[in-house]
Write a protein that binds this ligand. Structure first.
Ligand SMILES: O=c1ccn([C@@H]2O[C@H](COP(=O)(O)OP(=O)(O)O[C@H]3O[C@@H](CO)[C@H](O)[C@H]3O)[C@@H](O)[C@H]2O)c(=O)[nH]1
Ligand SMILES: [Mn+2]
Length: 375
């Protein structure tokens, strides 16, 4: 029994602090293979598409499952901000969670092996990434200095070695890479077999295409900025859900002084989606990204925006002012961003200290590395 308990701790670090969020329009059979690594965690399953379909959750998992009827019941009119028929519906799971960390994974992903043949424990690696600082102000050429067996290189200023608190850990994929539809169509047989044993901080001021397939984040630091947008049925765009969230969350992290890491852990993506269908869903995004990315690159949040919630409200205003000229869709998206924050605050009310009427969870000080196990 004691051995079993130790094994659980090793396989499932921080099991009471992490929720696993899975959007699905298919089946959850992929969870069978993940049992050794995921069975000790709580799952939040967001069932997309027809709510009358009963999906089976493999035995032994502790879970809550929400379909579209549940989302409508819980959020009422505010359910309009949650995408339908798009993987972006996953952000409903971020909102109902009460945990510090979220790990989100797609239903066509499997356990990958490292070059020694050992199965990769994705959550253990994400937790390591999140619980050690990031270094967004100066690049360390040996990558993440907080990994075992490495450090800051010569010439790295000591004043910057404390780093900043990490908010996002972006994991990668073996087998089918996260390509857009045109790239998939011209390279249908391309497979990623290159395992790069590296974790690195994405520098401050640099954006990146965040993929939602293998992603972990600190919900307490950045949760309100992890909105996966308004996509899918009834919208002119799909499949830019994670991109939108990634650009927004990165500018919020940069502004609030938090870090974003990318690299390990890998999982195995088997790819269930069809590139021709994807092209139809993505084509507006392929044009609009030429405006969306410069928009995020050039915006400056005000110093009054000192929490993720306030940053996101300001971002919504900027979206309306700057992107509506690209397409009227962005006006709806900006409104949905406000609705998202309203819904988030309804489900996650700020804790008040009645004695002094101040919030008990004040904004985290910019750039602080509170509660982080530094090296
Ligand atoms: O209408 C839908 C479509 C999909 N889902 C669920 O979302 C994830 C990802 O879907 P899928 O595997 O089809 O997408 P990929 O092209 O392989 O993956 C990338 O596209 C992103 C953009 O949405 C996604 O985050 C990337 O990882 C699966 O779990 C589907 O079941 C859905 O809920 N509704
Ligand atoms: Mn996929």
């Amino acid at each position: 029994m004691a051995g079993y308990h130790l094994e659980a701790i090793e396989a499932a670090p921080l099991k009471d602090d992490v929720d696993i969020v899975i959007p699905t329009i298919r089946s959850l059979d992929f969870l069978e293979q993940w049992r050794p690594f995921l069975r000790h965690y709580h799952l939040i399953i967001v069932q997309d598409g027809d709510p009358s379909i009963n999906i089976r959750v493999p035995d032994g998992y502790d879970y809550e499952l929400y379909n579209r009827n549940d989302i409508n019941r819980i959020l009422g009119p505010r359910a309009s901000c949650i995408s339908y028929k798009d993987g972006g519906c996953r952000c409903f799971g971020f909102m109902v969670s009460k945990k510090k960390y979220i790990y989100t994974i797609d239903d066509d992903c499997f356990v990958a092996k490292d070059p020694s043949g050992k199965e990769i424990n994705v959550i253990a690696q994400h937790i390591k990434n999140l619980e050690t600082p990031s270094t967004p102000h100066y690049f360390n050429t040996l990558y993440d200095p907080f990994r075992d067996g490495t450090d800051f290189v010569r010439g790295y200023p000591f004043s910057l070695r404390e780093g900043v608190q990490t908010a996002i850990s972006h994991g990668l994929w073996l087998n089918i890479p996260d390509y857009d539809a045109p790239t998939q169509l011209v390279k249908p047989r391309e497979r990623n077999t290159r395992y790069v044993d590296a974790v690195m901080t994405i520098p401050k001021g640099v954006l990146y295409p965040m993929c939602g397939m293998n992603l972990a984040f600190n919900r307490e630091l950045i949760g309100p900025a992890m909105y996966f947008g308004l996509m899918g049925e009834g919208q002119p765009i799909s499949r830019y859900d994670d991109m939108w969230a990634g650009w927004a969350a990165k500018v919020v992290c940069d502004h609030l002084g938090f870090g974003v890491k990318t690299g390990l852990p890998y999982l195995w993506h088997s790819k269930a989606s069809n590139p021709f269908v994807n092209l139809k869903k993505e084509h507006k995004g392929l044009h609009w990204q030429e405006d969306m990315v410069p928009f995020f690159q050039n915006l400056r949040l005000s110093k009054e925006s000192d929490t993720a919630t306030k940053c996101y409200m300001e971002l919504s205003k900027m979206t309306k002012e700057n992107l509506t000229k690209v397409d009227p869709y962005f006006e709806n998206l900006a409104d949905a961003m406000v609705t998202w924050i309203e819904a988030w605050e309804e489900l996650n009310p700020p804790v008040k200290n009645e004695a002094c009427d101040e919030e008990l969870n004040p904004p985290v000080k910019k750039g602080s590395v509170k509660d982080v196990k530094a090296k």
